[in-house]
Design a protein around this ligand. Structure first.
Ligand code: NI
Length: 185
């Protein structure tokens, strides 16, 4: 097993629409294990495969608090099948946009269809943090970032900042070490 490199803005691969998973084989199991390892190391609570440069519709997540046992969850080919009219605002961050946090408004509850790691169809109804994370990660599989949900002015400002940093010799690695308390998605 190995840690994978998390790609960050302005890497164009973040805008790719990922492909559905069709084979539940050794390669997929390895990708999932390495995504977990990379996500825990970051540290983050959610990761989509495209964030490690793999355009496959695979999401790993663990919303357990620090003093709770690990709760690794895998969502393959996740699809939003219902979203509430009621919205909630939550401060989001993203491992691919290190050290940037902004309030994002999204439906407060959702229903998501997905396949588990054995390829078995599942459905989950989620609210709160889980609903936010699922929507954030499903967005990643479609090439959408949380900054697409904020004002154009703020979005352009943050994209410019990361483009500049990339030009300067551009390694975000030190910045990617976020505070343990912050929530990386
Ligand atoms: Ni993210």
């Amino acid at each position: 097993m190995a840690l994978r490199e998390i790609i960050t803005l302005p890497d164009k691969r973040l805008r790719l629409v990922s492909e559905p998973v069709t084979k539940f084989d050794k390669d997929l199991r390895r990708l999932i294990e390495e995504m977990f390892e990379t996500m825990y190391e970051a540290p983050g609570i959610g990761l989509a495969a495209i964030q490690v440069g793999v355009p496959a519709r695979v999401v790993t997540m663990d919303l357990a608090k620090k003093d709770e046992p690990k709760d690794p969850q895998v969502y393959i080919n996740p699809e939003l099948v219902w979203a509430s009219d009621q919205k909630a605002t939550y401060e989001e961050g993203c491992l691919s946009i290190p050290e940037y946090y902004e309030q994002v408004e999204r439906p407060v509850s959702v229903k998501v269809k997905y396949l588990d790691r054995d390829g078995k169809p599942q459905e989950i109804e989620a609210g709160g943090l889980l609903a936010t994370c699922l929507q954030h990660e499903i967005d990643h599989t479609n090439g959408v970032l949380f900054i697409d949900h904020i004002s154009k002015l703020k979005r352009e400002r943050v994209i410019k900042k990361y483009k500049k940093a990339a030009k300067r010799g551009g390694d975000h690695a030190p910045a990617a070490r976020v505070e343990p308390s912050s929530r990386g998605l």
